[in-house]
Write a protein that binds this ligand. Structure first.
Ligand code: SF4
Length: 315
């Protein structure tokens, strides 16, 4: 593997496990796509088709398409298994981060000591899950208790809620603000990102404040909507028909008209043509509504926000 690639694409494992497969379908998040050239080189004897679609989680498996085009296997980079059963063999490669974390170990320790934290938990994503325990071992001292929180997903925060009460602060090892923000929205403790790509530690409270303000502003604007569009997301791990039907019933009880929609990709371009709909509720990934507010020109809510809206309407 090329030295400048900071992730382990496990090409030897891929060669081994795919030795009898000829046609391969590849999915990867955008952040990993630039490095796929290494995979193409390693699997040059195979017929490979790469999906250009976004790939935010293990919930997004394009096995129907892969099957239709005759793929023998899917390689899904960057996430762990999420859905129960794929229609064709699927190999999940976490793409473990192999860059140096020395500097960040020092900075994390300094931050913990500066704030006099005695109990902290560190969570992470698939790329760093295999290095987290070592990272934690380097931080622990006789008077700092550091818990390994394990993997966190934007839609699964149970462990965060479970441990946060006994912690002074929560840290997240990984890039971007996506997961740390998700954590901070669930708890009232300080949350920090330990970012290997920017080599920095940053607190997330300012972003959290902005997101919460936007959430309540969106709910406020949706309060007077006469026609609501409830969007069912046609993706393996995000398909939530039961919740969509439950929300439909609940909103009809409070005299709202509901239109059911189904979409594979949800963005403003897909919603904009429904000019007769006043507000939308997305029943797939909770982060679609939350992370794309600036691009939506009408109120767009996730499931949790939809239930908040019901409470506001009923008041
Ligand atoms: S539903 Fe959203 S948060 Fe959950 S795994 Fe999929 S992309 Fe991530």
């Amino acid at each position: 593997m090329n030295n400048i690639v900071p992730y382990d694409f496990e090409v030897e494992r891929l060669r081994r496990e795919l030795k009898d497969a000829k046609n391969i379908f590849i999915q990867a998040p955008d952040g990993l796509k630039p490095y796929l050239i290494e995979v193409l080189k390693a699997l040059s004897s195979k017929n490979i088709i790469i999906s250009t679609d976004p790939c935010y989680g293990g919930c997004y498996i394009l096995d129907d398409i892969a099957k239709e085009i005759g793929s023998d296997a899917i390689i899904h980079f960057g996430h762990e298994k999420f859905i129960e059963k794929e229609k064709i063999p699927t190999i999940y490669i976490k793409c473990t981060y192999i860059g140096s974390l020395e500097d960040l170990i020092r900075k994390t320790k300094e931050r913990i000591m500066k704030n006099n934290y005695k109990n902290v938990a560190i969570f992470t994503n698939a790329q760093h899950i295999d290095v987290l325990e070592k990272f934690i071992d380097s931080i622990r001292t006789s008077n700092i208790n550091v818990i390994n929180g394990g993997l966190v997903l934007g839609c699964r925060m149970d462990k965060v809620k479970e441990v946060s009460n006994s912690m002074d602060a929560i840290f997240y090892l990984g890039g971007g603000d996506f997961h740390a923000l998700g954590i901070s929205l669930e708890i009232e403790k300080p949350v920090y990102v330990i970012d290997p790509y920017r080599n920095e530690i940053r607190e997330i409270s300012a972003i959290k404040k902005k997101v919460i303000a936007e959430k309540w502003w969106t709910i406020h604007r949706a309060k007077d909507a006469k026609i609501l569009g409830i969007v069912i997301v046609a993706r393996k791990g995000q398909f939530n028909m039961d919740i969509a039907m439950k929300l439909k019933t609940e909103f009809e009880k409070v005299k709202r008209n509901v239109v059911l929609l189904i979409a594979e990709e949800v963005n403003w371009e897909r919603l904009a043509p429904f000019t007769f709909i006043d507000a939308f509720i997305i029943t797939g990934c909770p982060r679609i509504a939350l992370d794309n507010r600036e691009t939506f020109y009408k109120p767009v809510l996730n499931i949790e926000e939809a239930f908040e809206l019901l409470k506001v309407i009923k008041k």
